[in-house]
Every structure is written in structure tokens, then in C-alpha cells.
Write a protein that binds this ligand. Structure first.
Ligand SMILES: [Ca+2]
Length: 294
């Protein structure tokens, strides 16, 4: 079995799909949170790891600065998109077992295809992150780590499937931001929901792709997903772990977040200066060797 087929099968967890019409009533319970964006300074960072898998080898990649959503896109945010665009209702919508629908405003939206994620992003004036941008953001500025906050992951650090006990955390999908952020202030880069990114999947891309702002191969059958979800084992939540599904797939373990470009060189300079100043005033970084050289 090829790496691609193996990886694809690992997320192909199928349950009977029920599509329910969504109501436009105000979400009950919690007040919907507002999405925030965080500046990622860009520069060079080490992407991938050493070895023979599809996330190898470790290599230096250079990125321009960009903004990324602090949280996964929520049900409430996706509802606004549906109301304004008459977009298709997500798979599993209205199913409480997947915390999907208007009663769960601050839970991440699931059951959307890659194309629907890109349509939401365009509507919001954003786009999906490239695979390189996503991995840079997930690393939180740390080098030589497997997880967003350091070399190890515990059940207190992210919402994931407690492999190998073959049981979930017992919590199922949780509201975004239920776990501590990484060094960039981003929540749930490991777990809760896996996340669509922009790139087409190529198992050799870490060996053959460009090192300046890579955007993925031009053609391919699968789209990359990153970060693992509440129904994924800890292996899938590693910052360098790559997975892929056909773009038409809709999964209860899969959502997304968006990025926005910093528009021009002057804006990039200003954003970087602001970022450096904010970092100098912050004392709450996870332990580990720093990476990213603006
Ligand atoms: Ca996630």
C-alpha cells in the first residue's frame, strides 16, 4: 500500500450521513466568538523532519509574513457564510454527536469539502493556508519539536484520540480555544479538527518542492490535511505529519482555518516591527529552541 493510500484510509471513518436543513435562529447557549488573526513573521523555518516518510527531509523554507486565524472556523461563522451565499449545508449539520449546527456556535465547523472551505475563505476576504504556512504557524516559532508546544503532547495539551487505548478523550469535538495556545497564540493546531490546506498532496514534495513560499504541486487527486482531530491518534497531531483526502470528502473530523496576506512590502515591514515589539514584551513562550529568522 502506498503512503498516500495508507494515509488516506486512516481518516476515512464513515458514518451514515444525514443532511438536515439548518435553521436561522440565533444560536442558543454561548455567545459566538469573533475570529481573530495573528501575524506570523515569516522568514526561514525548518519544515519536516529527518527520515524517509512523506514529511522528510527536514529542510529550510522561506515565507513572507502572513496573518492566520487564531481559531478553527466555527459553526456560527460558517452560518453567516451560508446565509449570505446560500452555500450547501455541511454534512452532519444538526447532529449533536458531532457538535454540528446552530446549537454549537463556537465549535469548529465540520463536514465541508475542500472547495467549500476555499469558498468560505474567499467570502471572508481570506484564503486557505499553504501547507508550508500551516506548518510554520503550527510550530509556534519552535525548532526540533513534534507538537505545537514542545517535544511531547499530553491530554491536557490538545483534543485528540487517546491512542492506543482505542478510546476518545470522552469529550468529543470541543469549542475552539479549549486548550492552551502555542507560541504564536494559535489554538488547536494539534487536534480538535484536522484542517484543509491549499496544497495538492504529493508524497515527494518535501524532497522536491521549492524552498521559497511553496504552494504545492499543480496537479493531483488529493488535498493535504494537517493537524489531526478529536478522532485522530497523537501521531496525526504532530506539526510535520501530512495526511490527504480527496477534495470532495466531507468528514466529521475535518474543518479548516484561513490566512490573509500582508499586502505590500511597507505593510510587511510595519507588521514585522509590531510583531518584534510584541514578542519583546511577552514572557509566555513554550520551552524550546527558537526558530524563524525574519
Ligand atoms: Ca485543529
Amino acid at each position: 500500500m502506498t503512503a498516500r493510500k495508507h494515509r488516506t484510509a486512516s481518516l476515512a471513518l464513515v458514518v451514515p450521513a444525514v443532511i438536515l436543513s439548518y435553521g436561522c435562529a440565533q444560536p442558543s447557549g454561548q455567545q459566538p466568538i469573533e475570529q481573530e488573526m495573528v501575524l506570523i513573521p515569516g522568514g526561514e523555518f525548518t519544515m519536516g523532519k529527518d527520515g524517509q516518510d512523506d514529511d522528510c527531509p527536514a529542510h529550510r523554507v522561506q515565507l513572507d509574513p502572513f496573518y492566520i486565524d487564531k481559531y478553527e472556523v466555527t459553526n456560527a461563522q460558517y452560518m453567516r457564510f451560508m446565509r449570505e451565499t446560500e452555500a450547501r449545508v455541511p454534512e452532519f449539520w444538526g447532529m449533536d454527536e458531532f457538535r454540528s449546527g446552530p446549537d454549537w456556535p463556537n465549535h469548529p465547523v465540520v463536514g465541508i469539502s475542500w472547495k467549500e472551505a476555499t469558498q468560505y475563505a474567499a467570502w471572508a476576504g481570506k484564503r486557505l493556508p499553504t501547507e508550508a504556512e500551516w506548518e510554520c504557524a503550527a510550530r509556534g516559532g519552535l525548532a526540533d519539536v513534534d507538537f505545537p508546544n514542545g517535544p511531547t503532547l499530553t491530554p491536557e495539551g490538545a483534543n485528540y484520540w487517546l491512542w492506543p487505548k482505542l478510546q476518545s478523550s470522552g469529550k468529543g469535538l470541543l469549542a475552539v480555544g479549549s486548550y492552551p495556545p502555542n507560541g504564536y497564540g494559535l489554538h488547536d493546531m494539534a487536534g480538535n479538527v484536522g484542517e484543509w490546506v491549499l496544497d495538492v498532496y504529493d508524497p515527494d514534495y518535501y524532497r522536491t518542492g521549492p524552498t521559497k513560499s511553496p504552494t504545492g504541486p499543480k496537479k493531483g487527486k488529493f488535498r493535504v490535511i494537517r493537524g489531526g482531530g478529536w478522532h485522530s491518534g497523537p501521531t496525526c497531531t504532530r506539526v510535520h505529519f501530512r495526511n490527504a483526502l480527496r477534495g470532495v470528502w466531507r468528514d466529521f473530523n475535518l474543518g479548516f482555518r484561513c490566512v490573509r496576506d500582508v499586502p505590500d512590502a511597507a505593510s510587511q515591514e510595519e507588521a514585522l516591527s509590531s510583531h518584534v515589539a510584541s514578542q519583546e514584551g511577552s514572557a509566555s513562550h513554550p520551552a524550546g529552541r527558537r526558530d524563524n529568522v525574519p
